[in-house]
Design a protein around this ligand. Sequence first.
Ligand code: FPP
Length: 255
Amino acid sequence: MPIKFPFTKSKKQTLNRTLGLDYDHIPKHVAIIMDGNGRWAKNKGMPRIAGHKEGMSVVKRIVRHASDLGLHVLTLYAFSTENWKRPKNEVDFLMKLPVDFLGTYLPELIERNVQVQTIGDVSLLPPHTRKAINEAIEKTSKNNGLILNFALNYGSRFEMVHAVKEIAEKVEKGDISSDEVNEDLFSSHLYTSDLLEPDLLIRTSGEQRLSNFLLWQLAYSEFWFTEVFWPDFDESHFEKALCDYQNRKRRYGGI
Ligand code: FPP
């Protein structure tokens, strides 16, 4: 049966009426640090990778919901530049997740008009991971619905140093003068150059830090934390975060 999207207004209103989510003012860009997979698994006496597997199912549900709600961009921190330090079996498993995810879910993403993108240095991912991702990027490149943006081998400090190097080279070559270096130019050298900055950052599992994620881009974003481990995160938690966001006053340094 074909999937209908986005939900009609009446369907949306039945999703979480009690929270009072305003479906006409959904944040455009939400970024998520999906944390707590390992602890979720440990609490259940299972290996850490079982938590990542369950976490992948949650990714599917939240992507569906984000696309139904009409978000423009959902950025998910799937693998950081620091995650290579984990045991080999865990890294190998994490590198297989995009293959499994896209192997089963790509047709639905296409049907939902989702466009897959990545940020991070994907050139260092294993060939099978890169192949799955490149195929998804290619097959969804014409879609203009939700942008599903995976941060893979992503580190914000690396991203910024890389941007500085590129700009320094342009100055050295005389392509631009140092007077032309400003915030907009710097932003245009980041992986996120074509994206709006996140309105909202969600981090699960009770940790309250950025862990080298979008340090520049989150300068004016609202933060929302929950004790819930990522594998237990669901649509109602997501809507609660959006609802709380809608009740915040963003002042961008003004009054
Ligand atoms: C952090 O939890 C989570 C990760 C490093 C990996 C997140 C990946 C997924 C949720 C699946 C991604 C799916 C796709 C399709 C790419 P942790 O392992 O640090 O948990 P812990 O803090 O409890 O140990």
